[in-house]
Design a protein around this ligand. Sequence first.
Ligand code: NAD
Ligand code: TYD
Length: 352
Amino acid sequence: MKKILITGGAGFIGSHVVRRFIKNYPDYEIINLDKLTYAGNLLNLTDVSGSRNYKFIKGDITDVEFINELFQLEKPDAVIHLAAESHVDRSISNPMEFVMTNVIGTVSLLNAAKECWKGNYANHRFYHVSTDEVYGTLGETGLFTEATAYDPHSPYSASKASSDHFVRAYHDTYGLDVVISNCSNNYGSCHFPEKLIPLAINNIRNNQPVPVYGKGENVRDWLWVEDHASAIDTIFHQAVSGETYNIGGHNEWKNIDLIRLLCNIMDQKLGRSAGESAALITYVTDRAGHDLRYAIDSTKLQNELGWTPSLQFEEGLSKTVDWYLENEEWLENVTSGHYQDYYRQQYEYNEL
Ligand code: NAD
Ligand code: TYD
């Protein structure tokens, strides 16, 4: 019997990881620790929340006393740490929150794990889920490997880079068993509509302008979220302590090309005439410090641990659009209230 503490399990990726572990490992006890910020949503887990091997705890990873008590009480065998502030645009307007959650929160968990597991580090594991954005930006060519030097540009990526360094420091200094993965952009169901793909789906659905930053030339490497969850499963169970793995889909898209493809898919699904959705595309002021291109070399993960992505992008995007169109209530729920204030502040004044 293994007890696994998953942080941020009510968020986008975390909910897919929680579901996968509940279903694939019925002999594990899964504890989901989440503060339920605007991005955390227990509706993401309604299909599995009644499972015998699942427990939800509401709590803040930056609350050092609470985290220490939780470790002493639950004595988890392992941690899979996903809780974070995750949106670059929010990090530009409120960097301090990112330092608190992503840096202080991670160190608070590492410290509690260090104390709780003292004398027996070999039988415990701290898995830190990170991002390819720590590597900074690529030019027209090249790929991020695990050896690429860190060069973060946004407050979000700087805070994730800092947390990665702390995780490695706890391995090198105290001997904690840690693993880190750095993944490219994810897409799929339960993605909060502040990120490009779900925001665009929601706006197209509502016949609202689809904001494209700058000229739409920036490139991202998109991976289906369930493939990320399967990579996390593989790495959690098979990785050597202290190692880092890049996760990616070999699936680079310029933002504008991706949005055009999405518009075509939505025209078909909504019974609109060709080009109707694309007419909503609106170029807006570029993001400050906008990284030009991310692209992942995941050879190490594929060669050493045998992981490969399962889904082609066009199929994944089509499935994702279906999910949002079938779950309008979920969308209505998360876009009411504070979302409207966020949207107004982020987009009202910057149309080009
Ligand atoms: P998300 O914003 O959807 O979810 C984050 C979750 O963390 C939410 O449920 C939120 O309530 C919780 N949380 C936030 N602050 C907390 C705190 N102080 N205490 C406890 N819980 C807290 O994020 P996501 O997209 O699911 O990303 C999950 C992880 O994966 C993050 O660490 C992110 O950096 C990383 N990542 C994301 C992507 C991506 O494309 N979304 C890609 C690579 C890596
Ligand atoms: P996003 O989904 O925020 O992920 P990240 O910044 O972590 O890569 O953005 C993906 C790309 O889409 C990025 O280049 C910024 C761009 N973008 C837009 O053009 N318009 C938008 O409204 C948003 C949210 C993002």
